[in-house]
Design a protein around this ligand. Sequence first.
Ligand code: GTP
Ligand code: MG
Length: 375
Amino acid sequence: MFTRLGLSLRSIRSKWLSIGCTLLGLMFVLTSLYISPVNKYLHNLDTVKTTTTTSSSEPMRACFVVLVRNSELQGIKNTVIQIEQRFNKQFHYPYVFLNDDYFTEQFIQEITALTTAQVNFGKVDQQMWGYPSFINQTHAALQRAELATQGIPYADSESYRHMCRFQSGFFFRHPLLDPYDYYWRIEPDVDYHCDIDYDVFRFMKDNGKKYGFNIAFREFLATVPTLWQTVLDFKKSHPEVMKQLPSPEDSLWNFVASDDGLSYNSCHFWTNFEIASLDLWRSNEYLKYFNYLDRAGGFFYERWGDAPVHSIAAAMMLKKDEFHFFNDIGYRHTAYTHCPTEPIYRDKCSCNPADNFDYDPGLSCYSIFKDALRR
Ligand SMILES: Nc1nc2c(ncn2[C@@H]2O[C@H](COP(=O)(O)OP(=O)(O)OP(=O)(O)O)[C@@H](O)[C@H]2O)c(=O)[nH]1
Ligand SMILES: [Mg+2]
C-alpha cells in the first residue's frame, strides 16, 4: 500500500513538475513578447518608455492648473473635454482654475459638469497680479507704446504682462496649489490629439523628471532685449545659488546660450503646455532668480514671457536627464502642432504627422534641445 502510495505520489509530483515547466515556458515567451517592443524604443528619444516602476502606490499629489478668463469659457471647455477623454477619465486628477477676477456661477457650473474629478476655483490677489511698488508705470506705458510700433504680439497689452509675471513667479505659490507636487498646465482653445493611457505624473516621479514639454520655439527677441544680461548679472551676483546648480556641461545651458554664453539664442519651451515639478519653482534658487528678474523691471518695461523665464531657469537649474520631451502627447496651440510621427502612434492620435512642427527650420528649437542633450 505504501509502495502504491509512493508511486502515485511520485507520478503526481512529476505531473506537477511538467505543468510547472510548461507554465514557466509560457511566461518566458509572453514576457519576451511584451518586453521586446518596449526595449526596442528604450534608447529612442522620440518614443517614450511609459512603463513606471511600482515603487510607491501612494496617490500622486498632482493637478491640472488653468489660468483663464470668464470670457474664455467655451475655449477652456473644449480643452477640458479633450483632456478628460484622452487622459483624465482614467486618472481623475483634480483641476485648479485661477483668474484675476471672480469666476461666474455659469463658468463654475459648466466646468464642474465636465468632470467627476475635484475642481477648485480661485481668485488671484493684487500682490500676485498688480504692479509692484518699484515699477514706474509711466515709463512702462511709454515702453509699451514703443514696442507696439514694432508689430510684436501683445506689445501694448498690460494684462498680458501681468499674466506672464504671474506665470513666471506666482502660480506655484497660490494657496490652491499647496497640496500638489506636480502640475500640468492647460489653456483654452488648444487641441490634445492623442490618447494617453499611462499616468504621466507617476512617470515624471518614477523617472526623476522635473520638466516636461512638447513644443520648443523661438522667442521674439524684441520682447526680451535685456533678459539675458539680467540672467548673467544674476549668476555673477549670486555665487551661493550657482554653487547649488549643475555645471553648464551637466545642465541644458546650451539649449538657450549662444556665442559662448554671451547671448540668448531665443530658444524656449512653450509653457502653454507644461508638465513639471512645482518644487522646481518653489526652490530658493528659483525664487531668488525670479525676484532678481522682477526687480529689473523687464516684465513691464519690456515684455518678458514666462516661457523664456522658465526655460532659462530650467536649463540652468536642472540636469539634462530631468527634462522630458512628451513626444506621445500630440498637441496644437494656435497654428503650431506637435504630432508624433512614429507609426506606433497612429491608432492613438488623430493629428496628421505631416503637421508636426518639431523640425520646422525657422521656428522650432527641438533640434537644438537634442544637440544640447548630447553635448
Ligand atoms: N484670468 C486671466 N487669464 C489670462 C489673462 N491673460 C491671459 N490669460 C490666460 O493665460 C493663458 C495665456 O494667455 P494667452 O493669451 O493664451 O497667451 P499666449 O499663449 O502667449 O498667446 P496666444 O498665442 O494668443 O495663445 C491663457 O490660459 C489665458 O486664458 C488675463 O488677463 N486674465
Ligand atoms: Mg495661448
